[in-house]
Design a protein around this ligand. Sequence first.
Ligand code: ATP
Length: 441
Amino acid sequence: MEKLVSLAKRRGFIFQSSEIYGGINGFWDYGPLGVELKNNIKNFWWQKMVRDRSNVVGVDTSIICHPQTWVSSGHVKSFSDPLVDCRVCKGRFRADHISTLPCPNKPSLSVEACAVEKKGEGELTEIRQFNLMFETFVGAVKDDSARAYLRPETCQSIFTQFKNIQTVSRQKIPFGIAQIGKSFRNEVTPRNFIFRSREFEQMEMEFFIKPEGDEGQKWYEYWVDQRFQWFIDLGIRASHLRKRPHDPDELAHYAQGCTDVEYEFPFGFSELEGIANRSNYDLTQHIKGSGKDLSYFDDQTKEKFVPAVIETSLGVDRTLLTVLADAFTEDEIGGEARTLLKLSPHIAPIKIAFLPLSKKLAEPVERIEEKFRKKYATDFDAVGSIGKRYRRYDEIGTPICVTYDFQSEEDHQVTVRHRDTTHQERVAIDQLESYLEKIFC
Ligand code: ATP
């Protein structure tokens, strides 16, 4: 993880937020390569979840919504984590994480082991509940009537707008509503780089179905499979992924099933996405809270009902960390150590680097790059030895380098170098387009 964090910073994927002021815990900034990678991940999700499907539509709703939303959803009352303080080191910890969190005073011990070692002298306080929602005030007066929350998940507005969206999209059940957007949680202990932060992005979809019969189980199983496959299509190694069905005692009282897709990070298997069969609890709660009719009328069967949902909920930042962790590779080329990111070509932030062997050859290469820039995320670099430039592009996961040398002036061919194998071949410049298409399409 340390190597990955250092690479992410050094090469401009991710920086600590407000670094010049000492940073702010749980917040991160994405640099030029990070934002490209993030956009590629989001676009891939949107393509597979919305564009490729005729029965899923997208929305983009506001971060702050009516505070009653969070009363109806249950977040005001119970979106909290159990918290304990240590009276000795003054650290504050999530009570359910103390067996794995390192003690700030004695990092070789977990918080729990440290407390045990001190033989229960009352170092840890009683557990108390801490609500994770960030509060703010809407308007000029800061009183209870103006209190609002930064959303801790994107999906509640999908429920509150269900009727509007269903009406305008003329979708019939079963159908889904998808959204990508920022969420905020005042996590007690943000950690593991961008895995758990206080501001993050989610990609969520609510799939509305009939509440009765075996529809719930059928669609739940369908979406667990679809979502697992999505990670493989993204390029993640299947050997490092697993599905973890929740035990019945982990399920919310209304839920009929929940499966997490987990990835084996250097810090162990951890959740990337939750797929849940939530019955019609969410819409029912908003019907109660708003007094509005959010039921669905089936004009074929003439039935009126409150739809149930299958929810798929995934973090963008966690996915990006997964992509980086999974692609991070160290190998040896000609006796020299190298670091590379084996990113899938379709999500690599820079697809092709155009490299003149000498600065004198810059002009023709710029012309070639300009042509490809309209179609691919490209880069141009004429600085440093060619070996060093290859290493730089390997490290940021660029699948292809195209090198133009003095020979190219004569034979109108370039050298195409493949990142993972370092295999090189000569390709005629007028064949380059179709050659690259085979790699990237
Ligand atoms: P955890 O148990 O890890 O706190 P959760 O089960 O509360 O997570 P959900 O509410 O199911 O998480 O959120 C759905 C997804 O949103 C998670 O699978 C994760 O990918 C992402 N997510 C949730 N909290 C965070 C966070 N603090 N930082 C980054 N991503 C997050």
